[in-house]
Design a protein around this ligand. Structure first.
Ligand code: SF4
Ligand code: SF4
Length: 61
């Protein structure tokens, strides 16, 4: 499975990752991204690619 980490200090709440995630597990909450169901992450790295501030990293465990 994958661990999805986001750096809240870097997240600008643009929503790009929320729109792009094919698994639909990212949401915006109070202007910051949150992962709703990490176990459903596909490991596609789309969120990592689209994030303009480098706020998201994923790691396989
Ligand atoms: S790696 Fe892919 S499936 Fe996982 S949170 Fe990012 S965009 Fe969604
Ligand atoms: S793409 Fe990056 S800056 Fe935009 S909401 Fe997602 S984590 Fe935050």
């Amino acid at each position: 499975m994958w661990i999805v980490s986001r750096d809240e200090a870097k997240c600008e709440g643009c929503g790009e990752c929320v729109e792009a995630c094919p698994a639909g597990i990212l949401v915006l909450e109070a202007g910051r991204v949150r992962v709703t169901d990490e176990t459903a992450c596909l490991g596609c790295e789309t969120c990592v690619t689209v994030c303009p501030t480098g706020a998201i990293t994923i790691q396989e465990v």
